[in-house]
Design a protein around this ligand. Structure first.
Ligand SMILES: Cc1cc2nc3c(=O)[nH]c(=O)nc-3n(C[C@H](O)[C@H](O)[C@H](O)COP(=O)(O)OP(=O)(O)OC[C@H]3O[C@@H](n4cnc5c(N)ncnc54)[C@H](O)[C@@H]3O)c2cc1C
Length: 403
């Protein structure tokens, strides 16, 4: 039968959906507005640093089972480095250092038990309203909340935070093992996914933005109009603000920014203990990652920084991270600052409750994307799981998987 699965958007949700469809034997056409795949999870060549850098450093964990099995299915797993499940922290204000590990959360039995009970608290509660008074709030729950939910603790959903904690702490020995994209994000996901699609003969169109969808056709901004047959299926693997321009009744979903600064050092970067990253409290910088001679700094829930100039941000972040890197704080190296304004949803209780499912009113059309209802916040894991779910529904095969 002549039938095509059209996937709109080549972020990780769209790539996962397209690969699942192609592996199931469907003809697949993937349409992407940008000149490259990867969406919010991509690498590019930065001329200023003369290096391939990521739009933002992404950390995955062993509990991200869909993400890791997708990377394996497309052959990108070779570029993912599993590092020791140790999360070293440094408080920039006091110099205090500590390390979290799966069996050693520093919070004690009672605090950990109340955090693990968060999935069952009343709807509307925030992380700060449940854990704000606890002894370990500033050194543990607050930084974990901002890192995992990209939302400040006094705004962030306690239920969602509890769900992620349970996945990590009760998910077995490997759930908290961090994975880093050693060769860059695109080498781990976008490039091998596009190569996999090519091997199945799928059609991939870049620089093609969907502008109108109806029961009978897809209209793109390059003038292309694709007629839909009654056997065709369509998945919109787009963020909510893009879907809102195409379908009515998409709720407004507030977002949060992430700021990343990449510094090119004179030599290979090393952190105390040889770990690949360091959590920071008491300053502006929140996480410091090292890869060869590039040090990358992440600030989550960073909307307050969007109007600060790149130069000022680089200066302030370099002052925070120079010492742990053993470098001179007065000598700012070449840098690149990236502000992702809409990095993820704002995971407030209200937004988390309003995350939709994949079905739409049109029987041939499904949604995918990190913002779909999920036990995970907006992450690689949520995006890939949603793409697989949409493919299963669109082509009516609930046995599809990347395992
Ligand atoms: C700086 C930063 C750091 C992050 N850190 C982490 C992390 O450490 N760990 C983690 O797991 N996750 C992290 N995330 C989140 C993760 O990147 C996202 O959850 C995931 O990439 C979302 O994928 P997606 O496919 O749902 O959406 P997107 O990546 O937004 O993909 C949507 C695609 O659709 C395209 N598009 C839009 N409109 C149209 C249209 N009309 N027609 C055709 N194409 C269109 C876009 O160009 C885009 O390529 C981070 C995100 C950012 C920005």
């Amino acid at each position: 039968m002549n039938r095509t699965l059209h996937v709109i958007g080549a972020g990780l949700a769209g790539l996962a959906c397209a690969v699942a469809g192609a592996r199931a034997g469907w003809r697949v056409a993937l349409h992407e507005a940008a000149p490259q795949a990867g969406g919010r999870c991509r690498s590019f060549r930065c001329d200023r640093l003369d290096r391939i850098i990521d739009n933002g450093t992404h950390l995955m964990l062993g509990a991200n089972r869909h993400a890791l099995s997708f990377a394996t299915a497309i052959g990108g797993h070779e570029t993912l480095e599993a590092v020791a499940p140790l999360f070293p922290f440094l408080d920039l204000a006091s110099g205090r250092q500590w390390t979290l590990s799966p069996g050693k959360l520093t919070s004690g039995v009672w605090e950990t038990a109340s955090a693990m009970g968060l999935p069952w608290v009343r709807t509307g509660q925030t992380v700060a309203s449940r854990l704000g008074g606890k002894r370990s709030f500033a050194a543990l729950w607050q930084p974990l909340c901002e890192a995992m939910l990209n939302t400040q603790a006094d705004d962030a959903s306690a239920k969602l935070f509890g769900c992620v904690l349970r996945e990590l702490l009760m998910g077995g020995k490997t759930a908290m093992r961090p994975f880093i994209a050693r060769g860059g994000l695109s080498a781990a996901f976008a490039a091998p996914a596009i190569a996999t699609l090519a091997s199945y003969g799928a059609q991939v169109n870049f620089r093609r933005r969907l502008v109108v969808i109806s029961d009978t056709a897809l209209d793109f901004d390059d003038g292309e109009a694709i007629a839909l047959s009654r056997h065709d299926r369509v998945v919109l693997a787009l963020p909510p603000w893009a879907v809102a321009g195409l379908l009515s009744a998409v709720p407004h979903m507030p977002t949060r920014a992430i700021v990343n600064a990449h510094f090119r050092l004179d030599q290979s970067a090393a952190l105390p203990g040889g770990q690949r990253f360091l959590g920071l409290t008491g300053g502006l910088a929140q996480w410091l990652f090292v890869r060869d001679d590039v040090a990358s700094v992440t600030v989550s829930a960073a909307d307050r920084l969007l109007d600060t100039t790149a130069e000022d941000l680089a200066q302030a972040l370099w002052r925070d991270v120079a010492a742990p890197l053993g470098a001179d704080p007065a000598r700012l190296p070449p840098f690149r600052v990236l502000k992702e304004r809409r990095a993820t949803l704002a995971h407030t209780p209200k937004v988390v409750e309003s995350r939709p499912g994949p079905a739409t009113k049109m029987p041939f059309l499904w949604l995918a994307g990190d913002w779909m209802a999920s036990p995970w916040p907006c992450t690689i894991e949520a995006a890939i799981a949603s793409g697989l779910t949409a493919a299963r529904l669109a082509i009516g095969r609930d046995d599809l998987s990347f395992a």
